[in-house]
Design a protein around this ligand. Structure first.
Ligand code: PLP
Ligand code: ZN
Length: 417
């Protein structure tokens, strides 16, 4: 038995591991995978999981994941996670910050956080004998699925909205995925992918819908936990760590929450982080429900420069809402211009983030401005994907490079030297 079973986030209904489930059969609620905490506690302790001698990927936490060892040594699938943590002294100095860190997920094999989920889904697909894995995606999830499927020689099929950034689509195709553009938005692509997966019996990776996605994403929480234990994130007594996460479907934030809940259930969590969700003003279904104090999400007509978090009706909205509510965090919305400014500011300290990735940092700056967070408060901002993913959006914030005649004089005139 690899895990205890599934528990519905809506009705609390429980299902055994032997069933291969997506959503709760009763009410379509997202399912949490429940670990066999007693067995894990008996077989492993934290010091066996962490430390400098362990594998430098998220597979170091395999005993806390609901699947068998995927093998796949020597492939990109085995290299997912264990992403860098930066203190960014220049950025700290500019804002007078004392305890700020940024975790850069663009270091993953396909350059986004989504590898954490896709690596688990693809490994699980192989273990249950699936040959084709399908997903709807705004871009990164599809690229991650395509890359991870290629690593294990499975076929990936991706349904993306027509407006998805070209770089992400090209990336999927280079990995050998079947890429299909769907007229309309991401929500339409999602509906079609579900129908196709049912009709053709393909294994479906859809974010939130497949319970293994949050399980992969929770490994980021384990890495943060390990960084705190190891002292690379230094917390002082009484000051909780605040974690800022960009939110579209809400599966990254709910996965991170799940990771901390697992650690708590195991009795291994020495600190209680607050989790903050950041949404674009034009795509803020979860933030609205948070502010309204309800658990009932209503669809919006989403529009934002941050394509990866442009979602009408978040697939994992309820758990995303609870991630902030149950940890003492909050939801923050940011304007597109604030997102683009955040891209530029991160760029100036060497971090190249796509708009959806920089949204989390934009939310943090807003929280500082409104004094929701103090400059002394320990904060970790997750930057979820590389700027190379969406060059067109970033070209809006930088001037075209000037073209000059190839002479030193022309350089001097241009640079006013
Ligand atoms: C770069 C990036 N950041 C954030 C998100 C948001 O993740 P979620 O949809 O799970 O909320 C995505 C999702 O595609 C993404 O690609
Ligand atoms: Zn249910």
């Amino acid at each position: 038995m690899r895990f205890y079973g599934y528990r519905c986030s809506l009705c609390g209904g429980e299902y055994g591991e032997s069933e291969e489930l997506y959503l709760c059969p009763k009410d379509q609620g997202c399912l949490d995978i429940v670990l066999d905490v007693e067995r894990i506690r008996r077989s492993v302790n934290p010091s066996q999981l962490i430390g400098p001698d362990r594998e430098t990927s998220h597979w170091r936490y395999l005993p806390l994941l609901p699947l068998d060892d995927p093998g796949a040594e020597g492939t990109p699938l085995r290299a997912v996670g264990w992403t860098p943590l930066y203190a960014l002294p220049a950025l700290r100095a500019r804002h007078g910050l004392k305890a700020f860190w940024l975790k850069d997920e663009s270091a993953n094999p396909t350059a986004s956080f989504k590898d954490r989920a896709s690596s688990l889904v693809v490994a699980h697909a192989l273990q249950i004998g699936a040959e084709t894995v399908v997903t709807a995606s705004t871009g990164n999830a599809g690229a991650a699925l395509a890359g991870m499927a290629a690593a294990l020689q499975l076929q990936a099929v991706v349904f993306a909205p027509g407006g998805a950034p070209r770089a992400k689509l090209a990336q999927m195709s280079v990995y050998g995925a079947e890429v299909v553009l769907v007229e309309g938005n991401y929500d339409r692509a999602t509906a079609l992918s579900l129908e196709v997966s049912r009709e053709l019996g393909w294994y479906c990776r859809n974010t939130g819908y497949n319970p293994f996605t949050a399980e992969g994403k929770k490994t980021a929480a384990f890495e943060i936990w390990e960084a705190v234990r190891g002292g690379s994130i230094a917390l002082t007594e009484g000051a909780p760590l605040s974690i800022f996460v960009s939110v579209g479907d809400g599966n990254i934030i709910s996965g991170i929450h799940k990771g901390f809940r697992d650690l708590e259930d195991l009795g291994w969590l020495e600190f209680r982080p607050r989790i903050f969700g950041v949404q674009a003003e034009g795509s803020a279904a979860v933030a609205r429900a948070f502010q309204a104090g309800t658990e009932r999400l209503e669809a919006v007509r989403a529009a934002t420069v941050a394509d990866s978090i442009c979602v009408d009706m978040p697939a994992d909205g309820l758990r995303a809402l609870r991630a902030a509510r149950q940890t003492g965090g909050a939801y923050i919305t940011v304007k597109d211009q604030q997102i683009l400014d955040a891209v530029a500011e991160l760029g100036r300290v060497g971090v190249f983030a796509e708009p959806a990735a920089a949204a989390a940092f934009a939310g943090y700056l807003k929280a500082l401005e409104t004094q929701q967070i103090g400059k002394e408060d320990p904060v970790l901002v997750l930057s979820t994907g590389s700027g190379l993913k969406d060059i067109a959006a970033l070209q809006r914030i930088v001037p075209d490079a000037p073209v000059i005649e190839p002479t030193v004089g022309a350089v001097k005139r241009l640079l006013k030297l």
